[in-house]
Every structure is written in C-alpha cells, then in structure tokens.
Design a protein around this ligand. Structure first.
Ligand SMILES: [Zn+2]
Ligand SMILES: [Zn+2]
Length: 432
C-alpha cells in the first residue's frame, strides 16, 4: 500500500519441520510495519517470534484473548521444538527460544471485537476485529485503507458450536473492495457435511457403549477450541443422563487454554454453559505406562492433546497403552492429516504394529473400537459461497486450503468481479 506493508497472519506449516515450516519470508522484501493475527492456532501465529527477530519494528495486533492464548501456545511450541530437536535431530529447531517469545509478546497489542484501532503505519489505516466463531478470540479483520477496504475472514465458522457463537456477517452498508476468504472445506462435498446434533448423538452412543462394558474412552483433541468444546459437550451429555457419570480427564495444554476461556466468557455464546475447569480431572504423568494403566483401570473419558495424535503427545502416550487392550474406545473428533499417527491408527488393521513415541518400540493394535466423528469449526463451502455473494466484493482472494479446496472455491463461487486463488509468490493486482 503506497510502498508500505501489512502482514495478515504469520503461522507455521503443521505438516513440515524446521525452517521448511516457516512462511516464505524471502518474499517479504520490505519489512512489514504491522501484522494482524486472526487467532492463536499455530498455523496462524506460530512464526511470530521468528518474524519479530527478522523485523523487530513490526507492530502486532490481535484480540485480547488471542494475545493471552498466543503466549501459552508459543511457549508450548518452543518446548515441542526442543523435544523434536533432541529426539529427531532436527537441526533448525528450536526456531525461537522462550526469550524470543517474551520479546515478541512485547510487540503485541490486544483489542476487543468491534473497536476500530489505528495500525502502526505512516498512511492512515484503521482495523476492526469481527467475531469469527472459530475458537476463543478468533477474529475476521476489516481494514480501511486510503481508497480501499479489505475484509479478511481468516478461519470462520458460521454455525453455533457448544461454546462459540457463529460468525456474524458484516453490516450490508459496509462496502468491501477486497474479500480474502478461507477455503479449508472447499473440497468437502455437501452430502459429507454432518449435522452437529446428529454427530453428538452418534458420539454419545459410542461413548456409552464403551463405558458400559467397563472400558475407557480417549478423545484426542486440539488444545485450543476443540478441547473446551468437547469437554462441555461431554458434561452436558452426563447432565442429560445420555452417558454414564464417570470422571472426565483433561490434559495440560487444553487446561491452560480452558482457563483463558473462563476469563473471557463474554467472547462465547451468550447462552453458553461453560462448566468450571474444576469439573474435569487432571491426567497425571502420561510418560509413565504404569500411571496410564492405572488411569485406564476404571471407566472414564480422557480428552487429551494432540488432536491428530502426534507421537510423544499425551493422546499418543495414552493410546499406546489403550490399543493393547480390547475394551476401550478411541474417538477422533477433528481433521486427521494422512501423514499423522492418528490417521494411521484409524486405518490400521487389528494386529498391525504402530509406534507411538518418537524412538520407542512399536506396539500391536488389539483394540478395534476406533472411530472418527466430524466436528469441524470451519464453515462448509456453501456458506463461504454465500458470503462472497452477499458481500459482492470487487476482488475475492481464496486462501488457506489444499489446492483442490481453493480451486473449487475459485471455480464455483461467483459474486466478485475478479477472483483469485494465488499460489505462493504470485502478485495480484486488485481493482479499487
Ligand atoms: Zn484455526
Ligand atoms: Zn487455520
């Protein structure tokens, strides 16, 4: 913009390691003066400390809860990277240290939803965060630049979840020149979209069946968003008498995020019933197999990170013991990348050998009750199409999806004069 730059999100690639996981910072030839972070999932904020090391003068903006969550997430990332450096010998790791996170956090300012603020640029740019409905603190951003208005959806969910209220569309009077919209579910066909209440009914049946036969249930979950949603779904199902009242356990990072959910209840649905974190028990040391066996010796439900069951995380350490016994159930509730242990476990045959730790011996899968449930916190493609049609921007830019998802959106979402699905490194000229 007139020789000035602003960056929208600065994540790391969840499927790549080391410097490969960073954005192509080589393309950023001019230091960004301002950076807007939409929410605290690692694919949106994971490279912020690295970015701040390269461009120390950049000022960063996020919603107030996102700032709090990022602090926890980024320190956790340092710990994960240190483990990977040690266990897998990834030389680039850690990409940043705890000190770098402290330093980066000093450059971040938090704003509430709906409050316009000026960003650190010599040209007048006003930004406003809008409720995105994805996870606590997640925001779409309206940017008013001189002569051009941009709306960046980031990750959005248009329907209500257990705790989060759905994305609220912009007021019709706001004219958008450029809409930048996510495409996560662009390749998911409509008939494969599950009805939320039906998926919950299916999950509750599956959980009840395992508990009734004396087994334990493991639900691997992302720490931010899915963990808090699922814990409250389970508590509700117990209150409604649909599943037995057994202890529900939650793992560490998910608990840390939960505390921030408790602090910022005003960001949730007005009628959300957020149970106290004390209603959920602590898991204890998952790296001691005897402790895990103790945990599994009575019927219970365990909600543990990571959602895709990355090796060495609590969900993998617990699953390692569980799969050797036939009475339990492991229920995935989110996206599973094909390369991950979670995906391999879901598709393994009984008797297959799988390694749950980075360096440990593989174990045999005896457990058969492993299923996946669909609780996406991303808008389906029809809702994204409707959004483009309602806003009628001059330019629409589809981002944040696998190539087939982004391409589907480009081919099937009319409503803008110019549509783009840029590849990395491509420059777009936007009509004003
Ligand atoms: Zn996200
Ligand atoms: Zn995302």
């Amino acid at each position: 913009m007139d020789g000035h730059s602003l960056l929208l999100d600065s994540g790391t690639h969840p499927k790549k390691d080391g410097k490969e996981s960073l954005p192509e910072f080589g393309l950023v030839t001019k230091a960004p003066e301002a950076v807007i972070i939409s929410h605290a999932h690692i694919d949106h904020c994971g490279s912020v400390p690295y970015l701040v090391k390269q461009f120390p003068l950049a000022r960063i903006y996020a919603t107030v809860p996102t700032v709090r969550i990022m602090d926890r997430m980024l320190h956790n990332s340092v710990a994960v990277m240190e483990t990977l450096a040690r266990e897998r010998g990834i030389a680039d790791y850690p990409l940043y240290t705890h000190d770098d996170v402290h330093y980066a956090m000093r450059s971040i300012r938090g704003f509430d939803l709906g409050v316009p603020f000026g960003v650190n640029m010599p040209i007048p740019v006003k930004a406003t965060f809008h409720h995105a409905g994805h996870v606590l603190g997640s925001a779409s951003t309206l940017l008013r630049l001189p002569g051009h208005t941009v709306f960046y959806t980031a990750d959005i969910c248009e329907t209500d979840q257990e705790l989060m209220g759905g994305f609220r569309p912009l007021d019709k009077s706001v004219k958008i020149d450029t809409l930048i919209v996510e495409s996560t579910r662009g390749a998911t066909e409509e008939h494969r979209i599950k009805v939320y209440s039906e998926e919950i009914a299916r999950l509750s049946k599956a959980v009840k069946q395992v508990l009734d036969q004396g087994g334990a249930v493991l639900i691997p979950c992302f720490a931010l968003g899915r963990t808090q949603e699922v814990l409250n779904v389970l508590a509700r199902l117990q209150e409604e008498g649909r599943i037995p009242t057994v202890p529900i356990y939650a793992s560490g990072l998910g608990r840390a995020m939960y505390e921030i959910y408790e602090k910022y209840g005003e960001y949730l649905r007005p009628d959300a019933m957020l149970r106290s974190l004390d209603s959920f028990d602590r898991i204890g040391n998952v790296y001691d197999p005897r402790k895990v066996d103790e945990l599994l010796s009575h019927p219970c439900i365990i909600v543990a990170t990571s959602g895709m069951m990355i090796e060495n995380t609590p969900s993998a350490m617990i699953a390692r013991e569980m799969v050797q016994q036939p009475q339990h159930g492991i229920f995935f509730v989110g996206y599973l990348d094909h390369e991950t242990l979670g995906y391999k476990l879901l598709h393994a045959e009984p008797g297959d050998l799988l390694a749950f730790t980075l360096r440990g011996e593989p174990v045999e899968r005896k457990l058969t009750n492993i299923e996946r449930f669909d609780f996406s916190s991303h808008a389906p493609r029809q809702a994204l199409k409707d959004l483009v049609e309602r806003i009628q921007p001059k330019n629409v830019v589809f981002v944040h999806g696998d190539p087939d998802a982004v391409d589907w959106m480009l081919a099937n979402a009319p409503g803008a004069r110019n549509s783009f699905a840029p590849r990395i490194g491509e420059t777009l000229t936007l009509e004003s």
